[in-house]
Design a protein around this ligand. Structure first.
Ligand code: UT7
Length: 358
């Protein structure tokens, strides 16, 4: 069976650095609280109206292409993972394609919505396309411009302080060496707790999963009557109550994360006939430094076997794994023949891992 390999990786983070003290100017929070609970010191925010999720994705993609030794024109297929797309639709895949100037070519673009595990899911899909011989150069991107959609009042502080903007990209190609490349990917989901970490409005749910409004309430909140066609996505009630921001039950998510991360890593290792001690570099999704440290302890890994950069970038969701992977590689911590493990957990819940023989 043919394997796919990562032929080039790259990342982009916007210039503007936002410290915890900067955030404490606009909401009730503190550097001490944020660092103690999450490890985060700074995050980067994109330039409003000038940068977007897809434009940042394109910047990371160009670096990955260059390192893979290909021109963007050679890309056969795009997979774009994000939870903060430029538009409700169409997705960022086609927008980034346009940004890369490769619309003249027969390129397919797929957007995937798997939040923090988005990049690992995307990598797995790309792996299947390459392994089967369908495509030769698949561009996988994870990018987020969270800063445009966060609640910067004290009401939103439990979510807002965590997230940052950025993008990461990889080019997948067939591997000439059967022992090198993606050894396995493991993907999981459980929608039972979908609303525990979610960005619900605007959406077409119409109260399906939640409290359904009585007729009187519908009038009061500015919805059309229930027995008419159509509904409005954003109502005055949602506006007044800030129901157009992400919400998270942090402690619940934390408990699930520390259980699922080691589980899905062990699953991949078992399938590949390897042990945790064989891992040269673990790239965990940067959700919380405490979560990564917990996973490290569980797997009995040394500090030099795990890459953490949440301190500088916060949680960049779909971008966090490829940014961390690129940084570790740039720092010379990933060499040919090394076993690299990617792992992620997030909203859905979805969680995933990948083992790569570099
Ligand atoms: O990437 C996707 C997956 N996401 C995760 O894995 C995140 C998992 N969860 C976490 O990382 C943590 O739960 C958080 C960092 C989000 C929160 O830490 P926590 O220790 O679970 O805090 P908490 O939500 O239980 O809140 C504790 C207190 C509350 O005050 P009271 O009720 O005890 O008075 C919050 O209102 O801290 C308060 N609080 C804050 N205080 C200052 C919440 N956010 C902040 C804040 N600054 N930013």
């Amino acid at each position: 069976m043919m394997r796919s390999k990562i032929a080039g990786i790259g990342y982009y983070v916007p210039e503007r650095v936002v410290s915890n003290d900067d955030l404490s100017q606009v909401m009730e929070t503190s550097d001490e609280w944020i660092q103690e609970r999450t490890g985060i010191q700074t995050r980067h925010y994109g330039k409003k109206h000038e940068e977007t999720t897809s434009s940042m994705g394109a910047k990371a993609a160009r670096v990955a292409c260059e390192r893979a030794g290909i021109a963007p024109e050679e890309i056969d297929f795009i997979i774009f993972a994000t939870l903060s797309p430029d538009y409700y639709f169409p997705g960022c895949g086609v927008l980034m394609q346009r940004e890369l100037g490769i619309t003249h070519k027969e390129v397919g673009a797929l957007d995937i919505r798997n939040q923090c595990s988005g990049f690992v899911y995307a990598l797995s899909i790309a792996d299947q396309f390459v392994k089967t011989g369908m495509y030769k150069n698949v561009l996988v991107v994870g990018a987020e411009m969270h800063s445009m959609g966060l609640d910067f009042s004290t009401r939103g502080r439990n979510v807002t302080v965590i997230f940052g903007d950025g993008a990461g990209a990889a080019i997948l190609q067939p591997s000439e060496d059967p022992n090198r490349g993606i050894l396995t990917t493991k993907l999981h989901s459980d929608g039972t707790y979908a609303e525990k970490l979610a960005f619900i409005n605007p959406g077409a749910h119409g109260g399906y999963h939640q409290h359904r409004l009585e007729e009187g309430e519908r009038q009061e909140y500015g919805y059309p009557p229930a027995d008419t066609f159509g509904e409005i996505f954003i109502t005055p009630h949602m506006m007044a109550n800030g129901q157009y921001y992400p919400n998270m039950e942090g402690q619940f998510v934390f408990k699930m994360a520390v259980q699922k991360f080691p589980e899905v890593i062990h699953e991949a290792l078992k399938e590949a006939g390897l042990e945790a001690s064989d891992i040269n570099m673990l790239i965990p999704h940067q959700a919380n430094l405490r979560i990564s440290q917990f996973v490290q302890r569980q797997l009995r890994l040394r500090d030099d076997q795990v890459w953490n950069n949440i301190q500088r970038y916060g949680n960049t969701t779909a971008a966090s794994v490829p940014i961390a992977l690129t940084e570790a590689w740039e720092a010379g911590k990933i060499k040919e023949g090394d076993l690299v493990c990617l792992a992620a957990f997030g909203s859905g819940f979805t969680w995933a891992s990948a083992l790569i023989r570099w």
